[in-house]
Design a protein around this ligand. Structure first.
Ligand code: ARG
Length: 459
């Protein structure tokens, strides 16, 4: 039979396969709370502007609350024939209150309805990401505080570069996550305009009050162009983009954890809560959570690319293509929130191995730069020459199978006779990190100042 929402023009109902491809209720039922909130704001506005009687508007408002509680209690049967969440809710409203339900859709279209529902949902997800990020920043900050001055190797190319401090490495992630957080805050601000009242695409001839509905739904203002209002999915793309960058950051720390927790590195111990064993190899403690966190960007970036591809080249205004936006964003948001929670748990529970970090920091000629800098300061060598002298000393130590501090003063002098005993004071890793006092550097003093700054920012 013909559709009850638009059946007037139709002689027959849709093919079963048409229903299957067309229906979105299987996933957009997640928008029920936003849909009902939007409808309630719309109905109240229709009454305030005299478009509906207050009797009808009240019946609608009450009826919608009943629908809400039915859905929340799990007593609601979603129907594929009714296509989407909007028609499922409205149809149930009609069962409950009868004829006035048919007046709710005055001065509205599903195009602005879905735009407002989805914006409200994505806005909530921005808030969830912001609080998830705050928790994770606190976990990294606690790690930084626990080992502010612990020495560890700093890497470039995953080769030993210079000694750094554990606190400094942990705070590097706090900086990244703070930028992620600000991207969600920024996106939230920009998306906080209400498309409701744009109707199908052109606005409406009814004397609606879009400022009223915008305010009721917590938006800063109504959107200013009705065509744009029903066409725009920038807000979802911004959410996905910010999520992708954030998931990329998580994947980098996840990779470090995989490396650091290996028997070859032993920089950190992951707790039993975030690892798994092997059914055959009894010694195994695998960093599965870290590996999955390394992988999750694949999904989130996949959703981002999918939605860009869906939106690309769509002529204004609404096209059904846009229905494909939701599953991508739902999956990306679920994935991101789970990833943030898992990373927060793992960071909170991990234990850095201070001794191993210190031993490793001292290997691999990690203080070669300190030696070159000393040659510049003490002997006034040009840096390029100091670099060359140091390189020769490293080669000498390597050929003898020892580290730089193990070379005798005679061996040092054989490479450059200006070198004095004083050089040994700069070859230790503790002195090395203490000397890196430039703003943003790795010295424990600098790190302690940054910790204090983050503590007050996150308090
Ligand atoms: N289910 C649709 C979506 O997600 C709602 C809007 C439908 N509008 C329309 N004109 N068919 O995009």
């Amino acid at each position: 039979s013909a559709n009850q929402m638009w059946g007037g023009r139709f002689a027959s109902g849709p093919d079963a396969i048409m229903t299957a491809i067309n229906a979105s209720i299987g996933f957009d039922q997640r928008l029920y709370a936003q849909d009902i909130a939007g409808s309630r704001a719309h109905a109240a506005m229709l009454a305030a502007t005299g478009i509906l009687t207050s009797t009808d508007a009240e019946a609608i408002g009450e009826g919608l609350l009943t629908v809400l509680s039915e859905i929340e209690a799990g007593n609601f049967t979603f129907s594929t024939a009714l296509e989407d969440i909007h028609m499922n809710v409205e149809s149930r409203l009609k069962d409950l209150i009868g004829a006035p339900a048919g007046r709710l859709h005055t001065a509205r279209s599903r195009n602005d309805q879905v735009a407002v529902d989805f914006r409200l949902w994505v806005r909530d997800q921005c808030d969830a990401a912001i609080s998830g990020l705050t928790a994770l920043m606190r976990a990294f900050l606690a790690q930084a505080e626990a080992g502010t001055d612990w020495v560890m190797p700093g890497f470039t190319h995953l080769q030993t570069a210079q000694p750094v401090t554990w606190g400094h490495h942990m705070l590097a992630y706090v900086e990244m996550l703070a930028r992620d957080k600000s991207r969600f805050e920024d996106a939230r601000k920009r998306m906080n305009e209400c498309p409701l009242g744009a109707a199908a695409l052109a606005g409406t001839s009814f004397p609606i009050d879009r400022h009223m509905t915008a305010k009721a739904l917590g938006f800063d203002r109504p959107t200013a162009n009705s065509l744009d209002s029903v066409s725009d999915r920038d807000f979802a793309l911004e959410f996905l983009s910010a999520s992708s960058i954030c998931a990329m950051h998580l994947s980098r720390f996840a990779e470090e954890l995989v490396i650091w927790s290996s028997a070859q590195f032993r920089f950190v111990k992951l707790s039993d809560k975030w690892t798994t064993g092997s059914s055959i190899m009894p010694q195994k403690k695998n960093p599965d959570a870290a590996e999955l966190l390394r992988a999750k960007l694949g999904r989130i970036l996949g959703a981002t690319v999918a939605l860009f591809t869906i939106m690309k080249g769509l002529a204004l205004t609404y096209s059904k293509d846009m229905q494909e936006d939701k599953e991508q964003v739902f999956d990306a948001a679920d994935t991101l929130m789970l990833a943030l929670a898992a990373m927060t748990g793992m960071v909170g529970d991990m234990t850095a191995n201070r001794e191993v970090l210190a031993t490793s920091a001292a290997s691999g000629f990690s203080t070669a730069t300190d030696l070159a800098d000393w040659l510049v300061r003490a002997l006034n060598l040009p840096f390029r020459e100091a670099h060359h002298v140091t390189g020769t000393l490293v080669a000498l130590a390597e050929s003898k199978g020892c580290d730089l501090p193990d070379l005798s003063i005679t061996e040092m002098k054989s490479v450059h006779d200006g070198i004095t005993q004083e050089v040994y004071s700069v070859l230790g890793v503790e002195n090395s990190v203490r000397s890196r006092t430039s703003y943003g550097g790795t010295s424990p003093d600098c790190v302690a100042k940054q910790i204090a700054r983050w503590k007050s920012l996150l308090a």
